[in-house]
Design a protein around this ligand. Structure first.
Ligand code: SAH
Ligand code: SF4
Length: 348
């Protein structure tokens, strides 16, 4: 554990961070471009000694362990559209990432923490509790792994990133933003910032900070309930930030960034799929530019709720649409391999 956390990997560094490290090591910052290409443009396989480096840089490279994941230890579960990777980190913690294949827009669902401190009852990650934050390198490495697997499979590279795996990204703000800076760097993987979606449980300080820093990513808000009592029953951390405060943070975010907010709503039968909830949702979101994503509950071991039936999901969708908000029901994916939303939990 100490080793993982104290010895930064090259994948923890932004381009300018890499340049600084080279200078501190008495090397020329101009080596950064070659090293960056090796790391992010697929000319190095992640295992062998790096080719095409000057002798002085070779020793330096060997000294700075480039990958934080034990030989990218991985097991893969596959269904028609999704591949779930179980990644063993150096301290033997485990995270999961999912590659979702959509023609022309392959999407990586990445984890940002081992476990999660927010404790949502219906979520397998919440049920396991919080173990630790991921470092930037551990987030970046998930994307690199998925990218290389997609390329090997000949189905094109990564287009989209969603931070909807294990953990609450805004609770690990610095590491997540560094990782996104790295993944969207045009000299490297070059993922479009608008193709990155960060999903939050409603971590208000993080939303405000994204607004202030005008982060260019898409923001998804896991709302799930339109009154405080129900929201607090589903999401313990909602006690800390009542709906009024949360929605105000979203308004500030929208004023600062001009960006639409994607509201996520996990439909649980008889819990949050009523007409009343739909009506209250419309009221709560009044004046916001929001798109609502309805996600039928995926089953997890520690929660008794059932997914809403098709008819009640569609009725809820119709109601919010009639209230002026675009709404879609998300396709279920990866359920056979427990790779659906909220089903990720390391096996260890
Ligand atoms: N912590 C962040 C991101 C990870 S969860 C967040 O909560 O937004 C990604 C999405 O999956 C969230 O919208 C979350 O509410 C949803 N989710 C969690 N458990 C689920 C389940 N069992 N079924 C369906 N969606 C679930
Ligand atoms: Fe954490 Fe998100 Fe799961 Fe809630 S839904 S426990 S915030 S990962």
């Amino acid at each position: 554990m100490a080793d993982t956390l104290n010895n930064p990997s090259l994948l923890d560094l932004t381009f300018s961070g890499l340049q600084e490290l080279l200078v501190q090591s008495g090397l020329k910052p101009s080596h950064a471009a070659v090293i960056w290409r090796l790391l992010y443009r697929g000319s190095w396989d992640g295992e062998s000694r790096a080719p095409r480096l000057a002798a002085t840089v070779h020793d330096w490279w060997d000294h700075h362990r480039p990958l934080p994941v034990a030989s990218l230890g991985r097991s893969v579960a596959t269904d028609e559209f999704s591949e779930k990777y179980t990644i063993h980190l150096l301290d033997e913690q485990v995270v999961e990432s999912v590659a979702m294949r959509y023609p022309g827009r392959n999407t990586a669902c990445l984890s940002t923490q081992v476990g999660c401190a927010m404790g949502c009852q219906f979520c397998a990650t919440g049920q396991m509790g919080f173990r630790r934050h991921l470092q930037p390198s551990e987030i970046v490495a998930q994307a690199l792994l998925l990218q290389s697997r997609l390329m090997e499979a000949g189905v094109g590279g990564l287009r989209n990133i969603v931070l909807m795996g294990m953990g609450e990204p805004l609770h690990n703000y610095e590491a997540v933003m560094t990782a996104l800076d790295i993944l969207t760097d045009t000299r490297g993987l070059n993922l479009g910032p608008k193709r990155v979606t960060l999903s939050t449980v409603g971590y208000v300080p993080g939303i405000l900070r994204m607004a202030e820093e005008r982060r260019p990513y898409r923001l998804a808000l896991s709302l799930h309930a339109a009154d405080d009592a129900l929201r607090q029953a589903m999401i313990p951390v909602a006690h800390r930030w009542p709906l009024g405060e949360l929605i105000e943070a979203c308004r500030i975010y929208q004023r600062q960034t001009g960006k639409r907010i994607f509201v996520e709503w996990t439909l649980v039968e008889g819990v949050n799929d009523s007409r009343e909830q739909a009506a209250q949702l419309i009221e709560v979101l009044h004046g916001l530019d929001a798109h609502i994503n309805l996600i039928p509950l995926n089953r997890t071991a520690g929660y008794r709720g059932e997914p809403s039936g098709v008819a009640s999901g569609q009725a809820f969708q119709r109601a919010v649409k009639a209230g002026g908000f675009p709404a879609t029901i998300r396709q279920a994916r990866g359920l056979d391999i427990a790779a659906g939303c909220g089903q990720l939990a390391g096996a260890v």
